[in-house]
Design a binder for this molecule. Structure first.
Ligand code: G4P
Length: 522
């Protein structure tokens, strides 16, 4: 098995797609799945107007609002690689979920709308990838439309994101004038809207076409050649090492909607994207190729399939091999758990998974055993992977059940959605009234919707506005310090914290009580 395991692990490419909403993430995902044979028609591409939805948009609320709320996982094979795509919500209100997903991947694909350039959410997500030092591949989309000039887009990448770039290909015209892509890496021109063998025209030694062709008569071709010369002279050098270190992003131009440049992108990506990398734990770096199984839970989601009413814990396997039925240790509790009920995610289906290796994502049916950030392993009893980021919530609501007779549903719903990480839970100090906290407003809407639909619990939400949350030590608790402007509450682990009305209230408190240490999450 040893050699097989090595080969299997080395074939894994696990990445997340990040973008600002509407840049084309869903459209590209679907194209990739098509190439992988994971879906049969692109008809499943999200059509907000046509009533069809992308396979990656699982949840009802996503369908209704046309936004991607939670991250889902898709797997397919392509040219000897097994690819795991982790979809991420584009909307900034769900950035916590996205951050956790980015902890589970080895590389990221950043999709940019050529007319918009770097947008707010792209920048935010990019920074997280940077922090983790993972390779980032850039796809500049919508070249079938008039957008910013390619050189301008490159400059923006370097200036706004502060990363070196290397264009793997270069557009010949754009919008209505899009003629093709000059592919620097494969040394060929890929023609737009030309099918079959004629689509690709090889380049000669001098960088021009090897055989004369009508496309050479276009002024856009001339311009592309000039710009390529400029890039060759003044641009960054291609460096595989820099890509691996996340210091240089290979840039691909294309149009997802017209399926142009996407397969070339995929082929090249598979060449350069890293296989599973060692992961940091409390016991040092863990080698993905070792025989012992280990992984961590980066996401829990209830009711993915409303018909089944189930709850799934998503595990990123970090080392070794998973075999259905194996016994592992859950480090947090020290308990042994038999992993018999597992699933993997295909584009439009899920199926029972019997084996999986480092790099893969599996789903475990969860009856309440797991929490986000848990490590499971058969290596030893103390291994714990790095903590996953949790954000300090900024918006708060008091929440209660509208119907007092339905308390049971209410509590079950709150408990499950909190464990999922969909929302954070706090309680008033004395009365234990529920207060929920979020990073973005949409989280509340999703919470309300899901309480209603999945737990049959109508809720009352009373906004208490934005607050600054700061935790304190238990020994510093003094109820007299609790006021309207600095409210003493506890989190779901009963740890004390203050919710300050604003920066002023926080500073005032700090001046009055300099010995009380105030801490935040991220
Ligand atoms: P997202 O997941 O990043 O939010 O973006 P999504 O793929 O849903 O694409 C957003 C919109 O951009 C969609 O149009 C989609 O058809 C369009 N789009 C994606 N790629 C391209 C491209 O390469 N060229 C052009 N011209 N458009 C592209 P929509 O009108 O918002 O939705 P729909 O009704 O067409 O589904």
């Amino acid at each position: 098995m040893g050699q097989d395991l090595q080969k299997e692990v080395a074939s894994r490419k696990t990445f997340a797609i990040i973008s600002h909403p509407d840049a084309g993430k869903t459209t590209i995902t679907e194209q990739l799945l098509l190439f992988g044979g994971a879906i049969r028609s692109a008809g499943t591409v999200k059509g907000k107007k046509s009533g069809k939805f992308a396979t990656s948009d699982w949840m009802e609320i996503e369908k209704q609002r046309g936004i991607s709320v939670t991250s889902s996982v898709m797997q397919f094979d392509y040219e000897g690689s097994r690819i795991n795509i982790l979809d991420t919500p584009g909307h900034s209100d769900f950035s916590e979920d996205t951050y956790r997903t980015l902890m589970a991947v080895d590389s990221a694909v950043m999709v940019i709308d050529s007319a918009k350039g770097i947008e707010a959410q792209t920048l935010k997500l990019f920074k997280v990838c940077r922090m983790r030092g993972i390779p980032i591949f850039t796809f500049i989309n919508k070249m079938d439309r008039q957008g910013k000039a390619p050189l301008e887009l490159l400059a923006e990448l370097e200036e706004v994101l502060g990363i070196e770039s290397y264009p793997m290909n270069w557009p010949i015209g754009m919008g209505k004038e899009l003629g093709g892509l000059y592919d620097r890496y494969h040394r060929q021109v890929e023609q737009y809207r030309v099918d079959g063998d004629e689509r690709f025209l090889p380049l000669g030694e001098d960088g021009d076409l090897a055989e004369p062709h009508a496309i050479q008569n276009s002024s856009y071709y001339e311009q592309a050649l000039e710009e390529i010369m400029l890039l060759d002279e003044a641009g960054n050098d291609f460096s595989e090492q820099k890509i691996a270190d996340g210091e240089l992003t290979p840039v691909f131009f294309g149009s997802a909607l017209t399926n142009f440049g996407v397969e070339t992108f995929l082929k090249t990506y598979v060449n350069f994207a890293p296989a599973p990398q060692p992961r940091t734990s409390n016991e040092g770096e863990i080698d993905p190729y070792m025989n012992k199984f280990s992984g961590f839970i980066f996401k829990i989601q209830a009711n993915m399939n409303p018909a089944h009413r189930d709850r799934i814990a998503f595990v990123r396997i970090c080392s070794g091999e998973f075999d259905r039925g194996m016994a592992v240790n859950l480090t947090r509790t020290g308990k042994s758990i038999k992993l018999s009920n597992s699933t993997q995610f295909m584009a439009d289906d899920r199926e029972t998974v019997n084996t999986a290796v480092a790099g893969d994502i599996i789903g475990l049916y969860d009856t309440g055993n797991y929490q986000i950030g848990d490590t499971i392993t058969d290596l030893n009893k103390s291994l714990q992977y790095e903590k996953l980021p949790q954000f300090t919530p900024e918006l708060f609501m008091k929440v209660s059940a509208k119907n007092v007779m339905k308390q049971k549903h209410f509590h079950k719903g709150v408990e499950q959605l909190v464990q999922e990480g969909a929302i954070q839970l706090f309680k008033t100090w004395r009365m234990d009234d529920y207060i929920i906290g979020a990073v973005g407003q949409l989280q509340f809407e999703v919470f309300e919707h899901r309480m209603n639909n999945e737990y049959n619990s109508e809720i009352r939400m009373e906004p208490i506005g934005s607050k600054i949350a700061r935790w304190i030590k238990e020994e510093d608790v003094d109820e007299k310090l609790s006021t309207q402007r600095s409210m003493l509450v506890k989190d779901r682990f009963d740890k004390p914290l203050f919710l300050f009305e604003n920066e002023f209230a926080l500073n005032w408190f700090h001046d009055k009580n300099p010995d009380i240490e105030l801490t935040s999450l991220l």
